[in-house]
Design a protein around this ligand. Structure first.
Ligand code: GRF
Length: 219
């Protein structure tokens, strides 16, 4: 993607190119259902737009479609069903164990519909990303697209941010704007937001990892 593609899709920051990571960054992905963002990231890696490897996908619903997508990209998928755990912390301990076993550096939440706890966040400090279907800090929490429609905003979008204990509140890495059309339903608007999510997530991963590398060198 070049800078004019990014500008055309109203993404910010506008980058002249996706930062090239060397060596490739090792990712873990967590997804609860469809996993279209997982696929966008996996495809960006295949297309050599993102220098990364997805070591493992963790999913929590046995029927999640992300499993089929993971198979297609030859990525191991591990089911950790939240119903099998007595608390959020117990689930997060199992997640951390799995992610450590797969030796991941960055954790990418892509439609993970569970609140995560410090057990998970402290295991990967400032290295957990999430994507949310609104221009944060507007419309945090569930049903962000419906919230935007109800508020009557004319532009909404999506945000990739670092995850902190407070929901949808960490440092913003990248955003894309999506106009709200008079004819929009939650479904049509969600579909257009999804398209932008797929554009910015691979780029935001590279940007976040690149920034972090720079910070570690300065330390
Ligand atoms: C996306 O809209 C994302 O913003 C939200 O969950 C949805 C996941 O979609 N956090 P998918 O499973 O990646 O298709």
């Amino acid at each position: 993607m070049n800078s004019s593609d990014l500008a055309n899709s109203l993404c910010s920051p506008v980058l002249s190119s996706i930062p090239q990571l060397d060596p490739p960054v090792r990712l873990g992905v967590m997804a609860s259902w469809s996993g279209s963002n997982f696929e966008a990231i996996a495809q960006a890696i295949c297309d050599r737009r993102l220098n990364a490897q997805i070591q493992v996908v963790i999913y929590n619903n046995p029927e999640a479609k992300v499993v089929e997508r993971a198979k297609r990209f030859d990525v191991p998928a591990v089911l950790l069903n939240h119903r099998d755990f007595e608390s959020r912390e117990a689930l997060d301990r199992a997640i951390v164990k799995t992610l450590k076993h797969h030796n991941i550096e960055w954790l990418v939440m892509a439609g993970w519909m569970r609140i995560v706890t410090p057990v998970l966040l402290n295991a990967f400090p400032s290295r957990v990303l999430n994507i949310h279907p609104s221009l944060l800090p507007s419309f945090k929490g569930n049903r962000a697209v419906e919230q935007a429609l109800a508020a009557g905003v004319k532009i909404t979008g999506c945000t990739v941010h670092l995850v902190v204990p407070e929901v949808d509140s960490g440092e913003i890495i990248m955003q894309a704007a999506v106009p709200v059309l008079p004819s929009d339903t939650a479904e049509t608007l969600q579909n257009r937001i999804h398209i932008q999510e797929h554009v910015i997530y691979p780029c935001a991963i590279a940007l976040a990892a690149h920034n972090r590398e720079g910070e570690s060198k300065d330390e």
